[in-house]
Design a protein around this ligand. Structure first.
Ligand code: KIV
Ligand code: NA
Length: 263
């Protein structure tokens, strides 16, 4: 398979075909996921919860992100490697530039950053300097303390309109990809129509360009309550490789997410 790049994702958007994304944190599983054809490997700051046992992503540091980005990048075969900017590492544009450079030098091909309209300056600065950015919107877990819990976002008309107008603003500033977490499927559909970049969804319904899940969740290795939008791909697989392949096919053939996974 050819290496997946940002152009590959843009081509999927233009052609209306779906790409698959999965989080990865370590070398072995990153190799297996990449070999299964997963288009994008995300070193998510969800590692704070699934690897480190914290109850949110707030404690995750740049050191953690650099370490796991190196592990995944070293093992990657053909996937696009995306790495998360952790909590408060993008508090100022200067911080964001410095920390994004560290993740790119650890092997990432692009960075993902949580926020809304206020992120525009930082996104513009990164884009001008040749670092592609994914803007993570909707339920942004680093803000869990402000949200008062992990809740579906964009439920009211006002909130949905604000999210869509912020997304347009961030795309004008240079955001190359938008990731939407836990929003009603109609909001994801409407937002996607207003921007011309690939939109990745998690708990955002089927009408987006790419789907992502946390690896541990889709392998059924969830210790707490399984979120509604997750599907356990191990139940019908006899190996982790098979589960990755089944997920990749289900996403690219539009069989996942199904109605029961949507808000
Ligand atoms: O950290 C993470 O795993 C993420 C995905 C859930 C999108 O940001
Ligand atoms: Na994240």
């Amino acid at each position: 398979m050819k290496n997946v790049t940002l152009s590959t994702l843009q081509k999927h958007r233009q052609e209306g075909s779906i790409f698959s994304c999965l989080t990865a944190y370590d070398a072995t599983l990153a190799t297996l996921a990449s070999q299964a054809g997963i288009h994008v490997l995300l070193i998510g700051d969800s590692l704070g919860m699934v690897l480190q046992g914290h109850d949110s992503t707030v404690p995750v540091t740049m050191q953690d992100m650099i370490y796991h980005t190196r592990c995944v990048a070293r093992a990657n075969t053909t996937s696009l490697v995306m790495a998360d900017i952790p909590f408060m590492a993008h508090a100022t544009t200067e911080d964001l530039l410095h920390h994004s450079a560290q993740l790119m030098q650890a092997g990432a091909h692009m960075v993902k950053v949580e926020g809304e309209g206020w992120l525009a300056d930082g996104i513009q600065a990164l884009t001008q300097r040749g670092i592609p950015v994914c803007a993570h919107m909707g339920l942004t877990p680093q803000s869990v303390n402000a949200f008062g819990g992990y809740r579906v976002q964009g439920r009211s008309d006002e909130a949905a309109h604000r999210m869509i107008s912020d997304a347009r603003h961030l795309v004008s500033a240079g955001a190359a990809v938008i990731l939407l977490e836990c929003v009603p499927r109609q909001v994801a559909l409407a937002l996607r129509e207003e921007v011309n970049v690939p939109v990745i969804g998690i708990g955002a319904g089927p009408d987006v360009d790419g789907q992502i899940l946390v690896m541990h969740d889709m392998l059924g290795a969830t210790t707490g309550r399984m979120p509604r939008f997750v599907k356990n791909f191990m139940t019908e697989a006899s190996s982790i490789q098979e589960a990755f392949e089944a997920y990749h096919l289900a996403v690219t053939e539009r069989r996942f997410p199904a109605e029961e996974h949507c808000f």
